[in-house]
Write a protein that binds this ligand. Structure first.
Ligand code: G3I
Length: 343
C-alpha cells in the first residue's frame, strides 16, 4: 500500500513540487510523487515573480508542466499563490497610483486564475497577510488598497474561477493571537458576502512546538467558521531553532553558530524516532478531525530538497520530511502508515 491509498478515505495527502522535481519526471522521484501523493502544490513557480515577471509578460511554462503532472497522476492540484507581498514581481512596486495598483492586482489574479480554470482545484488567494499579533501586515497591498484588498482579492478570484476552492494561507496559525486575527479577518470577508472556502495552516513545525493542544484548538476554531481546514506546508524541523535561544548570536553562516548544525553527518536513531513519533501524534489529530480537514500537504518530498536546509540559517542539514536524501521512506513514513491501519 502507498500513503495515497492508505489515506484516500481521510483527506488528500499532498506534496509541494519545485522545478527540479518536475524536471526529473522520469526518475524515482516521479514514481514517488505519483504513487504516494494525491495532491500537489506549486512550491515556487506560481509566485508572481516567476509567473508574471513583467507587467505585460507571463511565464506559464513551469506552471503548465506542474498542472500537466497533476492531470497525469489524477491529483488534486493546488495553486500557490495569487497575492503575496514576498517574491512579488518588482513591477508591482513601480505603480504609484492606488487605483492603477488595484487594477493591476485584479488583472493579475484574473489572468492567472482564469487561465487555469478547471485545472487548478484550489488556490491560495492571499498568503501571509497577518502579523504575529494578529494585526494586518503592512504590505504593499495594504498600503495601496487598504483593508479592502483582502475581500477584493477573494472576489476577483471567484469571478475568474468560481469552481476552485479559495483559501487564506499563513504560518504560525496555531499561535493564539494570530489565530484570533485570522478568524476576524476571514469572518470579515465572509460577512461581506464574499466566498472563502478554506483556511490553510502552513505547518512549518518543530519537534516540540506547537503543542498538540494548540494544533487541535486551531483546527476546531477555524472550522467553526464553516470553512475547510487544510494543513498546507507541513514539515518538522529537527534542528535547534535559533529564535528559541535567548540572547544567542546567530549568524547566517552556520560555521559561526555553535551547535546549530548538529546532524550534518547523519540523524541519530533517537531523533529519527522522535520525528516519527511527532508525525504519529500530529496525524492522529488529523485523523481524529478528518471530517474538518480537506488536505494535508508536505512541503516537499525528500529531506535533501527541503527549504529548511537553508532557513533560518544557510547550509544546515535538516530532516523534516518523509523521504530521506536517497529517496527512501523514513521511520516517519512508516509511523503514519501504521497509524492509518488502526483507524
Ligand atoms: O532556483 C534558484 C537557483 O537557480 C539559484 O542558484 C539559487 C540561489 O539562491 O536560488 C534558487 O531559487 C531559490 C528557490 O527557492 C528555489 O530553490 C530562491 O533563491 C529561494 O528564495 C526560493 O525559496 C523559496 C521561498 O518560499 C521563497 O519564495 C522556497 O523554495 C520555498 O519553499 C518557500 O516557500 C514558502 C511558501 O511559499 C510560503 N510559506 C513559507 C514557505 C517557506 O518559506
Amino acid at each position: 500500500k502507498t500513503l495515497r491509498q492508505a489515506y484516500q478515505d481521510a483527506f488528500y495527502i499532498g506534496t509541494a513540487l519545485n522545478r527540479f522535481q518536475i524536471e526529473e519526471s522520469d526518475s524515482v522521484m516521479a514514481e514517488i510523487v505519483g504513487k504516494e501523493f494525491s495532491s500537489i502544490t506549486a512550491e515556487n513557480m506560481m509566485k508572481s515573480m516567476h509567473i508574471h515577471p513583467k507587467r505585460d509578460t507571463f511565464n506559464f511554462e513551469m506552471a503548465d508542466k506542474f498542472v500537466a503532472l497533476g492531470e497525469k497522476y489524477d491529483m488534486f492540484v493546488h495553486g500557490h499563490t495569487l497575492v503575496w507581498h514576498s517574491q512579488l514581481s518588482p513591477w508591482f512596486g513601480t505603480i504609484e497610483d492606488s487605483l492603477e495598483f488595484a487594477d493591476a492586482t485584479e488583472k493579475h489574479i484574473k489572468d492567472i486564475a482564469s487561465k487555469y480554470k478547471g485545472k487548478i482545484d484550489s488556490w491560495d488567494v492571499v498568503n501571509e497577510a497577518l502579523n504575529e499579533d494578529g494585526s494586518l501586515r503592512n504590505s504593499i497591498f495594504l498600503q495601496k488598497m487598504g483593508e479592502d484588498y483582502l475581500a477584493s482579492a477573494f472576489k476577483w478570484a471567484a469571478e475568474a474561477d468560481n469552481g476552485a476552492d479559495l483559501y487564506y494561507n499563513d504560518y504560525n496559525m496555531t499561535n493564539p493571537e494570530k489565530r484570533q486575527g485570522a478568524i476576524a479577518m476571514v469572518k470579515n470577508i465572509l460577512d461581506q458576502g464574499v466566498k472563502v472556502d478554506g483556511i490553510g495552516m502552513q505547518g512549518h513545525w518543530h519537534l516540540n512546538s506547537p503543542s498538540l493542544e494548540e494544533i487541535e484548538q486551531s483546527i476546531l476554531d477555524y472550522s467553526a467558521l464553516g470553512v475547510k481546514v487544510a494543513i498546507t506546508e507541513l514539515d518538522v524541523s529537527v534542528l535547534p531553532n535559533p529564535w528559541d535561544l535567548e540572547g544567542a548570536e546567530i549568524s547566517q553562516n552556520f560555521e559561526n553558530s555553535e551547535g546549530m548544525n548538529p546532524y550534518k553527518d547523519g540523524l541519530p536513531d533517537s531523533i529519527q524516532v522522535k520525528l516519527a513519533n511527532r508525525y504519529k501524534d500530529i496525524f492522529s489529530l488529523f485523523l481524529k478531525h478528518k471530517d474538518k480537514i480537506s488536505r494535508v500537504t508536505f512541503w516537499g518530498v525528500s529531506d535533501g530538497q527541503s527549504w529548511l536546509n537553508g532557513f533560518p540559517i544557510r547550509g544546515r542539514t535538516n530532516y523534516p520530511l518523509l523521504f530521506d536524501r536517497d529517496l527512501k521512506p523514513k521511520a516517519a513514513y512508516d509511523s503514519i502508515m501504521a497509524l492509518k491501519e488502526r483507524f
